[in-house]
Design a protein around this ligand. Structure first.
Ligand SMILES: [Zn+2]
Length: 245
């Protein structure tokens, strides 16, 4: 029998047991007995009784998403947000633009959501006097990807100098969905509730797939007020290994 993915968490959000398919992994031995019930029969009371560990919660398998994610903004949502080369659930304050469509400048948005690589290209074109950028008033959200790697501080600086507003990162999975978002106080990237993430041998894994990104997952409250686990010290894996030497 193949069991669907599930994960048990302690009260502080730390993973205790997770199981995917026919393979299981025990993070603490006391919780292992809980998985004998099988995912179909697991409920909170049985888990508590079996494992003797209070305050367990179960992450259900993520449901298939119906349509695109809504845009989650790190600050109070501004009135006009231009989204370039990305898709989120429709919202009155947002307009979407193709990367070749320069009309977003005339719309004069308060904030911009743009793939990291394209944002850097815009910043470089401005620095070279090849293009003007509108005056943003609130923030820029840079969408980083597994292919491009997470945003580093030099890239953040380039965006800040070009756009003159705070820059926040949101990390995309291979399918373009947002799996982690930088919060207002910039203490890491909070994992999306639907993200199935863990760190093994220093490498971030999404849905049990390696990502090429190094990092840690921190549990507990963040100074921004959110309690969701967050990625910290993210960097391309090769760079992180080199820095450790
Ligand atoms: Zn936070």
């Amino acid at each position: 029998m193949t069991l669907p993915f599930f994960r048990l968490r302690a009260a502080n959000g730390a993973p205790l047991v997770e199981r995917s398919g026919q393979t299981g992994r025990t993070l603490i031995s006391g919780a292992w007995r809980a998985v004998k019930f099988g995912a179909a029969q697991i409920d909170r009371e049985k888990i508590d009784a079996a494992a003797g560990i209070p305050h367990l919660t179960v992450d259900r398998p993520p449901q298939a998403r119906r349509g695109p994610q809504p845009l989650s903004f790190p600050l109070p949502m501004p009135p006009k947000v231009a989204v370039i080369e990305a898709r989120f659930a429709p919202a009155k304050n947002q307009r979407w633009f193709d990367r070749h469509d320069g009309s977003w400048r005339a719309w004069q948005p308060d904030a911009l959501v743009v793939p990291l690589s394209l944002g850097l290209l815009m910043a470089d074109r401005k620095r070279c006097g090849l293009a003007d950028l509108p005056d943003l008033t609130v923030a820029l959200v840079a969408l980083s990807s597994l292919a491009d790697g997470p945003m580093d501080e030099r890239q953040r600086g380039r965006l800040w100098r070009a756009f003159q507003v705070p820059v926040f990162e949101q990390l995309q999975d291979r399918d373009g969905s947002i799996v982690a978002r930088e919060c207002e106080v910039r203490h890491g990237l909070h994992l999306d509730p639907d993200a199935v993430a863990d760190v093994r041998a220093g490498e971030l894994r999404l849905r049990n797939e390696p990502t090429g990104i190094a990092g840690d997952i921190v549990y507990g409250c963040c100074e921004c007020g959110a309690e969701s686990p967050r990625l910290t010290r993210v960097a391309p894996l090769r760079m992180a290994v080199g820095a450790a030497r």
